[in-house]
Design a protein. Structure first.
Length: 229
C-alpha cells in the first residue's frame, strides 16, 4: 500500500469519497413519489415505464434519494353526451428534481381544469411539477412547437419518445455539470485504482457504515469504486 503518513488531506479525501459512495450504494430506498390523478408516468431516469391501455395508471414509486428525471403525460378520459368518450393526452413533459432521504413527494399537474373544452386546451401545454407538501420543488411546462408538443427541457432534441427524451434530459444535466466543473469520476479527484483497498477499509471503519441496512465487505465496496472510477 502506498505510504500516506504525510498526506493527511489526501487521506481525508479518500475516506470521504469511500464513505459517500458506500452509503449511496447500500442505502435503502427511502423516497416515495406519489402520482396525482390523470398523470401517466412514461419514463424515470432513462428507463421506460411500461403500461398498457388496459392497466390503471401507476400511482406510487419507491426511489433512491438523489436527483431524478421524470417524464410523464397528461392522460384523462372524458365521458361526453350520447355515450361518447374522448381521451385527452398530452405530449411528454420532463421534470428534474432532487429528492431527499425519508421524504414523500408528489408528482402533480397543477391547474387541471374539470371542464372538457378547457381540458382540451390544457392538454396542449400542461405543467408537470414535483411537490413536497404545498411547496413546488421543481416544475416544467410543455410548449407547443412546429412538429408537435415537447417538454421545455427536451424540446431542444426534437424527440417525442419517452425513454429517448428522458435519456437526453439526463445527458443535458450531465453536460451542464461538466461545464461548471463538477467532477464526473473518482479519477478526476486524483484517486488511483491502487487506492481502492485503503478507501474500502476506511469506509468500513466509519461510523456511518453501521447504519446502512445492507452490510458490504471490502471487495464489494472496491467494486463500487471501480464503477465510479
Amino acid at each position: 500500500m502506498t505510504d500516506r503518513s504525510n498526506k493527511p488531506m489526501f487521506n481525508k479525501l479518500l475516506t470521504l469519497a469511500g464513505i459517500g459512495l458506500f452509503s449511496l450504494t447500500f442505502a435503502h430506498a427511502e423516497v416515495t413519489l406519489s402520482v396525482d390523478d390523470n398523470i401517466k408516468v412514461t419514463a424515470i431516469n432513462g428507463q421506460q415505464v411500461n403500461s398498457s391501455p388496459f392497466q390503471s395508471l401507476k400511482k406510487s414509486f419507491n426511489l433512491q434519494p438523489g436527483k431524478h428525471v421524470i417524464t410523464a403525460k397528461y392522460d384523462r378520459l372524458y365521458d361526453l353526451r350520447n355515450d361518447e368518450h374522448d381521451y385527452l393526452r398530452s405530449g411528454n413533459v420532463t421534470v428534474t428534481a432532487e429528492m431527499q432521504d425519508n421524504q414523500t413527494y408528489r408528482l402533480a399537474m397543477p391547474g387541471q381544469p374539470e371542464k372538457y373544452e378547457e381540458a382540451k386546451q390544457y392538454a396542449k401545454a400542461p405543467t408537470l411539477a414535483v411537490m413536497k407538501g404545498s411547496q413546488v420543488v421543481s416544475k416544467s411546462t410543455g410548449v407547443i412547437e412546429e412538429g408537435g408538443l415537447f417538454s421545455s427541457i427536451t424540446s431542444l432534441f426534437g424527440s417525442n419518445d419517452a425513454q429517448m427524451e428522458n435519456q437526453k434530459a439526463i445527458a443535458a444535466i450531465t453536460r451542464l455539470s461538466m461545464d461548471i466543473g463538477i467532477p464526473q469520476h473518482l479519477r478526476d479527484l486524483g484517486v488511483k485504482e491502487a487506492d481502492f483497498p485503503y478507501m474500502a477499509e476506511m469506509a468500513l471503519k466509519d461510523g456511518n457504515a453501521f447504519s446502512n441496512p445492507r452490510k458490504g465487505n471490502e471487495q464489494e465496496i472496491a467494486a463500487i469504486f471501480r464503477q465510479a472510477f
